[in-house]
Design a protein around this ligand. Structure first.
Ligand code: NAP
Length: 280
């Protein structure tokens, strides 16, 4: 019997720095499966053409990243409940009959990066309210969170973000300027969903004042979605003050592992995926 060959890929723009090919190839190796994972940096007008290409050439599935996680939905035949609720799809499975089903594995990646002992979350502070923040909100909702304080530089955008969500979750939201967040009191988890801290122009920038760590007890879990570098200034500061923390690498690996499972029905070895990234 011929062993199945898994043709996989990712669409988005830009894709130059995407590490998905690296971690998905490691996943294929770890599961002892044959396959390929290619990047397709396309313009918005070419999404439909690209999908036809995938179907015609017997692809098993593909990832979708910035900026097409919402645009892709109109091309799908079916959508998983969680992806429908969040309104964004990062993984598509192409069935044998050429039908497309969309999923969102970012929520899985976010939730499962939080150690169990820190998953009892009622009050959260989230910095930033862009695309990644959406998965954070639904992840927090699934953990039973009741209130999210959003730290944002643009309050109008934060208001739009909340308006788009308010009927979809049972949570309450409030908005503060980033500079006005001065305490972690009553905050079970602090999440950085801004690019502040990322290698390049934002490196060595903190999304919040350092003094929030000074007079707080150490119960707040610190989650920086940034994974490049692995130790951002926020993570370093949290560590220096004795807080528990994670960077965004686990989330990135876990969303990829879940996508891989959707395509192949095998959950891959996440340590091998992570090692592939670290070696790179
Ligand atoms: P996005 O859609 O562009 O949203 C970024 C958010 O941060 C927006 O609210 C934006 O505010 C705010 N922001 C940007 N620059 C800022 C600055 N200088 N000061 C204050 N606020 C600022 O980006 P995203 O896709 O949500 O990604 C956010 C971060 O998460 C990135 O670093 C990305 O690499 C990381 N991420 C990690 C994972 C993972 O798996 N670990 C997954 C997705 C994303 P405005 O709206 O005012 O611009």
């Amino acid at each position: 019997m011929n062993k199945e060959f898994f043709k996989l890929g990712i669409i988005g723009n830009p894709l130059k720095h995407s590490i998905s090919p690296l971690i998905q190839k490691a996943a294929l190796d770890s599961a002892n499966l044959s396959g390929s994972y290619e990047k397709f940096e396309i313009s918005e007008n070419d999404i439909e053409k690209q999908i036809k290409y995938f179907i015609k050439n017997n692809y098993t599935g593909f990832n979708i990243t910035i900026p097409y996680k919402i645009d892709i939905i109109k091309y799908l035949d079916e959508i998983d409940d969680e992806a429908a609720k969040i309104g964004a799809v990062n993984t598509v499975k192409i069935n044998k009959n050429g039908k497309l089903k969309g999923f969102n594995t970012d929520i899985f990646g976010f939730v499962n990066s939080i150690p169990e002992e820190h998953q009892n979350i009622k009050n959260a502070t989230m910095l930033g309210c862009g695309g990644a923040a959406l998965a954070v909100v639904f992840g927090l909702d699934s953990l039973g969170c009741k209130n999210i304080r959003i730290g944002a530089r643009n309050h109008d955008k934060a208001a739009d973000f909340i308006n788009a969500l308010k009927d979809k979750t049972g949570m309450t939201f409030s908005v503060s300027s980033l500079d006005d967040i001065n305490s972690l009191e009553n905050t079970d988890i602090l999440i950085n969903a801004t690019p502040l801290g990322t290698l390049g122009e934002n490196e060595n920038k903190m999304p919040v004042n350092k003094n929030i760590f000074e007079n707080s007890n150490k119960d707040t879990y610190i989650f920086d979605l940034v994974y490049n570098p692995e130790e951002t200034l926020l993570i370093k500061t949290a560590r220096d003050f004795g807080f528990n923390y994670t960077n965004g690498l686990n989330m990135l690996i876990l969303q990829g592992a879940k996508a891989f499972e959707i395509w192949t029905k095998i959950y891959p070895d996440i340590y091998k995926m992570k090692n592939a990234y670290k070696k790179h």
